[in-house]
Design a protein around this ligand. Structure first.
Ligand code: FRU
Length: 519
């Protein structure tokens, strides 16, 4: 009898264990798998890699470890999209080999077959990545990282690693990685930027295989709170003019504007060899110390796509931060990406702005629409889930007659958890506060303080667009002049949007759209 009872107890425990597991699995998918931001089905993801467009398809490769939910031996995962919004995961593209892990990098569409990899029928796509040798790393050697290439003749489905890899040997620097290649039509060459510890190095090539070092940039410029990683260097016209400037996006970790990983940028001129910041940008840099692409804590390794139609510059970032990325409360997969964003360069008297806004293709997915005109009181409910599903929404806020007070918008659930964000017109800042947003204690670095973006003046009016998903908010202030991206993990989805203010007489127009993106 005793035996039977204990067998029953064991069976019951086993069964309820299984049950608890399957319940928590569904809960995790339901609660945290984003509605429209890309996540791999399973495993670990970090930086976007090898971004390009060809023949109607956008390609997103990414740092990927399929064998676990933390960083591990790096592969390149792969996803494709017809419109930069709805992504379909594909087979793993690149696997680690005897030369090492496959670290971050880029891809270009070699239309004129300058590489000679073409077969006369198909356009070669050439991908560049860093080999990271874990054995040399263990031995504390310096030459751990080198640059390599692989090419595809079937629009990214299959890849051949080049037989003469690595194409650039390590020059004796421990951090030497993340090659970003672009076509420099102005000087009829290919340019590769590489992050080299505390600077960017530029290399040039005519055939994508043989590379010469051109110059170094940035050792004494901008933010240096951590190692420089994942550069992106491209020419871009100043909006509304025919004048071309060169922009270098230079990610770094740590040392971001609100802690941990972040992306700064530089604006200047490139003569085919050397990149120099221009006088206006130098003035701006002297004042601001570093100029940031995104002020939130969760937009890292942002880089751009090659060959986007109409010459648009589109970037996408990893929506996390190395401070806590490996601890966030998802088990089956870890990390998602930001929405793809179109970037434009604007020149003002004070300096340059790299505006970024969600790609216009997102509007195709706007479904239900609600507009409201609200005379602001000290506290009011603005939107509820039965009006718009706040886990897949785009909302435009347009504040008028603002005074020097605080405008706090709160996204909350029935458990009393909330994410607040808004405009502090007293302190002159935008802010996001996720301290009470649900699960936060998986890392003491996740919700330590309110994240802030300084504003140059008190606002009398203020416009911004927010993108909401189950675990993320992306705020595009004033047409993308200032951007804040952050993630959160409530124990129940947020279902209400309210507004609190200590000011009087302000008016708010909102237009909210639900997004319908069937997977
Ligand atoms: C940035 C980074 C890159 C590197 C990759 C490794 O997040 O550290 O510099 O190539 O991740 O996964």
């Amino acid at each position: 009898m005793k035996k039977i009872i204990s067998t029953l107890i064991i069976a019951a425990t086993f069964y309820s264990g299984l049950n608890a597991q399957s319940v928590s699995k569904t809960t995790e998918e339901q609660l945290y798998r984003p509605n429209y931001h890309f996540t791999p089905q399973k495993g670990w993801m970090n930086d976007p890699n090898g971004l390009y467009y060809l023949d109607g398809l956008y390609h997103l490769f990414f740092q990927y470890y399929p064998g676990g939910n933390k960083w591990g031996p790096m592969h390149w995962g792969h996803a494709t999209s017809k419109d930069l919004v709805k992504w379909e995961e594909q087979e793993v593209a690149l696997f680690p080999d005897q030369l090492g892990y496959i670290f971050s990098g880029s891809a270009v569409v070699d239309k004129n077959n300058t590489s000679g990899f073409g077969d006369g029928k198909n356009i070669p796509v050439v991908a560049f990545y860093t080999y990271h040798d874990p054995l040399k790393e263990k031995e504390n050697k310096l030459d751990v990282e080198s640059q390599a290439l692989a090419y595809s003749l079937d629009n990214g489905k299959t890849w051949t690693k080049y037989k003469n890899n690595p194409i650039i040997q390590n020059p004796g620097v421990r951090d030497f990685r993340d090659p970003k290649v672009i076509r420099d039509e102005i000087h009829q060459q290919w340019i590769m930027s590489i992050a080299v510890q505390d600077k960017t190095q530029f290399y040039a090539s005519k055939n994508l295989k043989d590379w010469q070092l051109l110059s170094d940039f940035g050792k004494d410029l901008g933010a240096h709170g951590g190692v420089w990683e994942c550069p992106d260097f491209f020419p871009i016209k100043i909006e509304g003019t025919q004048e071309t400037k060169w922009v270098l996006i230079q990610n770094l970790n740590p040392g971001g504007p609100n802690g941990g990983s972040g992306a700064q940028f530089f604006v200047g001129d490139f003569d085919g060899k050397t990149f120099k910041i221009d006088a206006l940008f130098a003035k701006q840099l002297a004042k601001e110390k570093a100029v940031w692409l995104d002020w939130g804590m969760d937009n890292y390794a942002s880089v751009s796509f090659d060959n986007v139609p109409e010459n648009k510059r589109v970037i996408i970032g990893w929506m996390s931060n190395w401070l806590y990325a490996q601890e966030v409360p998802t088990e089956k997969w870890r990390s998602s990406n930001t929405i793809a964003r179109e970037v434009n360069l604007v020149k003002t008297k004070e300096g340059y702005i790299l505006k970024n806004v969600p790609v216009s293709q997102l509007e195709k997915y706007h479904s239900k629409k609600i507009s409201k005109n609200i005379n602001l009181k000290s506290s009011q409910s603005i939107l509820k889930n039965n009006e718009i599903d706040l886990t897949k929404a785009v909302i435009d806020f347009d504040f008028k007659k603002m005074t020097s007070g605080v405008y706090t918008i709160s996204l909350s659930n029935s458990l009393g958890e909330k994410l607040t964000f808004g405009i502090d017109n007293k302190e002159k800042s935008l802010f996001i506060d996720r301290r009470k947003s649900g699960k936060t204690n998986f890392s003491d670095k996740f919700a330590k303080k309110v994240t802030k973006t300084p504003l140059s003046k008190t606002l009398t009016q203020g416009k911004f667009k927010i993108l909401l998903d189950k675990t993320s908010i992306e705020i595009f202030f004033n047409n993308g002049e200032k951007v804040m991206t952050e993630i959160f993990f409530p124990n129940e989805s947020f279902s209400e949007l309210s507004l609190y203010t200590d000011t009087k007489g302000s008016v708010l127009n909102i237009t909210a759209h639900e997004l319908t993106i069937n997977k």
